[in-house]
Design a protein around this ligand. Structure first.
Ligand code: NAD
Length: 259
């Protein structure tokens, strides 16, 4: 008997990075998965990786844009139709956007980043919560960021959206505790995923790995986090082992936030 035996878990942004790592962890622990992403090819790759570690895992892939509320309603309905319930929800899809000082930060870029990272998380919360409240149980993990706790610079849209995710988590976390539903957020620091690789390549396409070394130098661990390290934290928060943790924002950043 594993922690996710018989449980149904939705993961957004499951076609890459942290979402994929969490999906692999939940699948290894016998969870039934609804994987959501805009990137259909990424979802297929994740499902293939799952088959290698958990050949009997039940996986439903749903291609959807989390910034579109009716597509969010649809992925929630698909998960319920297939698995009958939702026990865990990793509300994780997001983008970083282009980096620029605030005066040069594109207004369209700001709206785009906020609509995916904040509106997308809100829509997910809203529609999954209806199901979990009715069940009287469930655990949600929203993906914030160190950039949702403190200033990192050149990321107006990202910072605003991730601070917003922290606010949504605290607000709904205290609202829904009484219904047996727990809502927390993770605040990752620099974790080596395709998103971070892309942002290092924005700075220097040729020597991005060198740029990366400089980037993590101030971190007490002096390295990037690994997606699977985040996958372990997410699985813990979704599993029921973390039942008394509510409305919390948990850094996973090698100590960066406390330096
Ligand atoms: P990633 O780019 O590897 O994965 C993000 C996934 O989200 C991709 O598969 C992408 O297709 C999907 N996605 C993007 N926009 C979408 C949309 N509108 N609808 C549906 N899916 C969409 O990035 P990652 O590093 O795994 O990031 C996952 C989350 O973690 C993001 O919210 C990100 O802001 C957050 N985060 C990452 C880091 C890090 O260092 N990697 C740090 C802090 C926070």
């Amino acid at each position: 008997m594993q922690r996710f035996s018989g449980k149904s878990v939705i993961i957004t942004g499951a076609g890459s990075g942290l979402g994929r790592a969490a999906a692999l962890q939940v699948a290894k622990e016998e969870g039934k998965l609804t994987l959501v992403d805009l990137n259909e090819a990424g979802l297929k790759e994740t499902a293939e990786e799952i088959r290698q570690v958990a050949p009997n895992a039940e996986v439903l892939n749903v291609t959807a844009n989390v910034a579109n509320e009716s597509e969010v309603e649809n992925y929630v309905a698909e998960a319920v139709k297939r698995f009958g319930r939702i026990d865990g929800f990793f509300n994780n899809a997001g983008i970083e956007g282009k980096q620029n000082p605030t005066e040069d930060y594109g207004s369209d870029e700001f709206s785009k980043v906020v609509s995916i990272n904040l509106n997308g998380v809100f829509y997910g919360l809203k529609h999954v919560l209806k199901v979990m409240k009715e069940q009287g149980s469930g655990s949600i993990v929203n993906t914030a960021s160190v950039g949702g706790i403190r200033g990192v610079g050149n990321q107006s849209g990202y910072a605003a959206s991730k601070h917003g995710v922290v606010g949504l988590t605290r607000n709904s976390g205290v609202e829904y505790g009484q219904y047996g539903v727990q809502i927390n957020a993770i605040a990752p620091g620099a974790i080596m995923t395709p998103m971070v690789e892309g942002s290092l390549k924005q700075i220097d396409p040729e020597n991005w790995e060198e740029v990366g070394k400089g980037f993590v130098e101030p971190n007490p661990m002096k390295r990037f986090g690994k997606p699977e390290e985040v996958g372990h934290l997410v699985a813990f928060l979704l599993s029921g082992d973390a039942a008394f943790i509510k409305a919390a924002v948990i850094p996973i950043d090698g100590g960066q936030s406390y330096k």
